[in-house]
Design a protein around this ligand. Structure first.
Ligand code: 13P
Length: 250
């Protein structure tokens, strides 16, 4: 079964506009032949329109967060239509930093996914356990609960617009990458949850990415796993060379 292959860079709260444009220029210069691989960047929202322009049709753009309401008195928030209007195709939803630094709940994440799908955005839904949950042997259960809550009410025919990213919280920004075996095992478990919710076809076609300390040095072992369809890269997506080395993994 051939699935989509997606290599995504989450720039988090890094880059000025000129740094962002230089980064895109560097990535485009070194992109070469990437066959069917899809490349996505998630710049800071304030740079989005210019990053979209710079990316042309080679690289897709997503934003890192949005609110679920259409519009209103929500100071500081960005609506789904605004994300769409700026030219973004993807939206990151439920990133670990949104959950754990900003207190986003499963319910908010679910509402954001519906709001994204309603305006034609493609949600990249992040799930992942804390180190305490892994040590207690609860990783699969935690991720299953997050997934079921996130996808509640999402119809089967909307699932071709959904990407899942497994990002164990203990691996994010720590340099402690999950071993390919740990990641593969969780990706299988995620497909089992998708199978229970939507059946075998959806479970085998939805792309499931890994994120958490992905680097050029560890991409090969991760990407060679059957159920890992790509990666969501933080730190190593902030320089063109390391992001390109990841994208070009064989
Ligand atoms: P790092 O690659 O810096 O660990 O970040 C991962 C991440 O959170 C991507 O969304």
């Amino acid at each position: 079964m051939k699935r989509r292959e997606i290599f995504a860079g989450n720039w988090k709260m890094y880059t000025t506009l000129s740094e962002a444009l230089a980064l895109i220029e560097g990535i485009i210069k070194g992109l070469g032949d990437i066959a069917n691989r899809e490349i996505v960047v998630f710049p800071p929202a304030v740079h989005a329109r210019e990053v979209v322009k710079a990316c042309g049709n080679k690289i897709a753009v997503g934003l890192q967060n949005m609110y679920f309401e259409k519009e209103g008195a929500f100071t500081g928030e960005i609506s789904p239509l605004m994300v769409k209007d700026v030219g973004a195709r993807f939206i990151l939803i439920g990133h670990s930093e949104r959950r754990h630094v900003f207190g986003e709940t499963d319910e908010m994440i679910n509402r954001k996914i519906h709001a994204a799908l309603d305006v034609g955005l493609e949600p990249m839904v992040c799930v992942g356990e804390l180190i305490s949950e892994r040590e207690a042997g609860n990783s699969e259960k935690v991720v299953e609960t997050q997934l079921k809550a996130a996808l509640a009410g999402v119809a089967r025919d909307q699932m071709n617009k959904v990407v899942i990213a497994y990002e164990p919280v203990w691996a994010i920004g720590t340099g402690k990458v999950a071993t390919p075996e740990i990641a593969e095992s969780m990706h299988q478990s995620i497909r089992n949850v998708l199978k229970a919710l939507y059946g075998a076809e959806i479970a085998t076609t939805v792309p499931v990415l890994y994120g958490g300390s992905v680097k050029p040095e560890n991409i090969k072992g991760l990407f060679s796993q059957e159920n890992i369809d790509g990666v969501l890269v933080g730190g190593a997506s902030l320089t063109a060379k390391s992001f390109l080395d990841i994208i070009h993994v064989q």
